[in-house]
Structures are given as C-alpha cells and as structure tokens.
Design a protein around this ligand. Structure first.
Ligand SMILES: Cc1ncc(COP(=O)(O)O)c(C=O)c1O
Length: 388
C-alpha cells in the first residue's frame, strides 16, 4: 500500500462491535488477567497495555501510522511538540555531552539548548554554514547529537539532509530532525540518514487547530531509551488527542497538496507587490536554496515569510488590517494565519539572535490555509493597501 492509503487504512484496534472508525479508549489503566499477567506485563515478558502514561490503543495507532509515513521503525507520542524535542534530547544526552545544531530553530527549541540543557552540563554549538566541511569543524569528541530544523520556523532556511546524514554517519553522531514544517508528506529525513524525526503534531498533523501533540519516530534502539525516559517522567500524549491526530492523518496528504498549491500562488503574487521587500518560499525560484528545496522536498509547504516595507509599525498595521485571516501564533491550520514572530514566537531571542536567523521587526509569517486562494490573496492585498 502507498503511504496515503496506509494513513487511512491502518486501524490497529476494533472491538466486538466492529466499529468502522476506531473507538476512543478513555481509560487510565488496563485490567490484568491475573496477578501473574500483571507481573509479566511489567517485566515486559508479554505485550499489552498497562497504563495510559505508558501506552494506549489510540496512541499506539497514531504512532504506527506516523512510523508508516516517516519510514521509521518505532516511535513515542508526546503531549506537545516541545515535549517531543525535550524528551528526545534529555533521553539521549548526559552531562558533558555536546549538541551541534542549526542556528535557525523554533524559539522554544532555542531556549532548551541555550537555557535548559546547560543546567545539566550539556553544551551546544550553533552552525549556520552550508558546507559539510564547515559543520565538520565544529564537531567535538563529545558531540553526541546533531539537531536540525528544515525548513526553519519562520525563516524557511534549509539544511541539506543528505549532507547532514553523511556527516552523522561518518562521525557516529545521532541525527535528529524537526520535520514539523514539511510533514512526512513532503519530506522524509530518515531516507537521507536521520536517526530520529520529531514533530509538533499541533501543526499540520492536526491541521485544524484543535489539539496540542508531538511525536518522535526513528531507530528502534533509540526509541527504547526515549520510551524509558518518557514512561518515568510522564510527558505522554493523551488518548483523546491521539484519537484526533490519528484521524487527521487520513487527510494529511490532500491537505498538504492544497496548502502547498495555495502558498505557491500567494508567494508568486506577493513577489510582484512593491510594498513587500522580501518573499521567502522554498519553491519560489528566488529562494536562495531553491535547488536544495526541490531536491529534498516534494512540495513547498504552506508557510510563506515576508518582510513588509515600513518596519515594526507597518508590520503591526498590516496584521491589524487583515479581515479574513486569523491573528494567532499557531500554524498549519485550515485557516490562514498571520503572525509577527519578533514580538510573539521568537520574542525571547535577543534582537541580534533574531537577525542571525532572518527575523526582523518587519517579518511576518503567513500560514496559508485551505480557503479559496483568491479570497486569501484579496485579504492580504487589502491589508497591504490599508496599512500603507
Ligand atoms: C518547528 C517547530 N518545532 C516545535 C514546535 C513546538 O510544538 P508545540 O507547540 O506542539 O509544543 C513548533 C511550534 O510552533 C515548531 O514550529
């Protein structure tokens, strides 16, 4: 079966009622057949559910589908994208280890590397280079993980996945890729050598702005360590959110095709607007890494980043002028969203840190929704005019 079919047809549980849609298993714990069965389950001598912090049929189904989509061996589902990033890094790293990372990261991932992991003696180095040799220079004897986000939020900077895969293989480093912007429909980092892939399922995987969730999938031996960490520390996805997310995967492929189609049309339109200084979209030929984008991504995705003329005040006026689009900090929704990263999602970074990752006070992130593209264009165009 092709991936889209598997995302629809994988149903791991069905009760004697033979329901068509998988039921929701809202239960904290599961009943043992006997005292001995309980002992066997805890000793991992037999398979089965024990307690929903460890596993639950709804989370298992979501994990199975995501493994199918990402070509992964195993996975663990978390309560948020950040729980997935933190749980993965915390499970893999010990005091004295070093993380190499792309500089352009989501704001909270940046805070984990710069403020939280150093509390336990885990150091990091940011790299913004493009060539393998420049990355290689930053590898230390204690480098254990390479963490990258591609495309990055919100600057849409790309990292060459093949380069990263080769580098990690050569130096025996674990490659972790945050694949939130691309989704498994557009890009499969494991095919390029990634060991683990993390997602904020809150974004395109839900796709309708309803639930918070996250997941890490990849190598079985590494997921074993992550599962141990998460079982004890408790950042697991709730069964209800897993049920929503598993259902959402059934439409992920068609949604990503339409998000990408609408975004490309809007990006082309914005490229001809005099009031916009910069339009960044991976599948626009003006994107500085357009060749790499078309090499490793099947579609351009749903996010466009623009710099509007007139600085901070103009950017605020533009956002206040949209009539249909939503003003919120989420992305990946059916509804078009405009966000000002410098004052919201990336406000905890210093101005200098923001400028190093391509964010300034004029930068606006547009998460292009599934409305008719003419309506999206009209709304953005009238907001450009009104904010002059
Ligand atoms: C690239 C990326 N990674 C991780 C996250 C965090 O996800 P969550 O909000 O589900 O914790 C986000 C959220 O915007 C993101 O854009």
């Amino acid at each position: 079966m092709k991936k889209e079919t598997k995302a629809i047809r994988t149903q791991t549980e069905r009760s004697k009622n033979r329901e068509h849609s998988v039921p929701l298993y809202l239960t904290s714990s599961f009943v043992f057949d006997s005292a001995e069965h309980g002992r066997e389950l805890f000793a991992e001598e037999v398979d089965g559910n024990i307690y929903s912090r460890f596993s639950n049929p709804n989370t298992s189904e979501f994990i199975t589908k995501m493994c199918n989509l990402e070509n992964a061996e195993d996975g663990f589902a978390f309560s948020s994208g950040m729980a997935a990033v933190f749980g993965t890094l915390a499970a893999l790293l010990s005091s004295g280890d070093h993380v190499l990372s792309s500089r352009a990261l989501f704001g909270s991932s940046h805070q984990i590397l710069t403020q939280i992991l150093p509390k336990w003696g885990i150091e990091y180095t940011y790299v913004d280079a493009k060539d393998q040799s420049d990355w290689e220079k930053e590898i230390k004897p204690n480098t254990k993980v390479l963490f990258i986000e591609t495309p990055s939020n919100p600057g849409l900077e790309l990292i060459d996945l093949e380069m990263a895969g080769n580098l990690c293989k050569k130096h025996n480093i674990i490659l972790v890729v945050d694949n939130c912007f691309a989704t498994p429909i557009i890009q499969n980092p494991i095919d390029f050598g990634a060991d683990l892939v993390t997602h904020s399922a809150t974004k395109y995987i839900d796709g309708q702005g309803r639930v918070i969730g996250g997941i890490t999938v990849g190598r079985k031996d590494l997921i074993k360590d992550i599962r141990f960490f998460a079982r004890q520390t408790g950042p697991s996805l709730s069964p209800f959110n897993a049920w929503i997310l598993s259902k959402s995967l059934e439409t992920l492929s068609v949604r990503m095709e339409k998000h990408s189609e609408n975004a490309l049309k809007l990006a082309e339109f914005l490229s001809n607007e005099n009031e916009i200084d910069l339009v960044k979209y991976p599948f626009l030929s003006s994107h500085p890494q357009h060749d790499l984008a078309t090499k490793q991504m099947k579609l351009g995705g749903g996010i466009i980043t623009i710099n509007i003329k007139g600085g901070f005040n103009r950017a605020q006026r533009f956002i206040d002028s949209v009539e249909m689009a939503s003003i919120t900090a989420n992305l990946g929704d059916t509804r078009t969203i405009v966000t000002h990263p410098a004052s919201t999602t990336h406000s905890k970074l210093s101005e200098n840190e923001r400028s190093l990752v391509g964010i300034n006070s004029s930068t606006i992130r547009i998460s292009v929704g599934l409305e008719n593209v003419e309506d999206i264009k009209n709304d953005i165009q009238q907001a450009i005019e009104r904010s002059k």
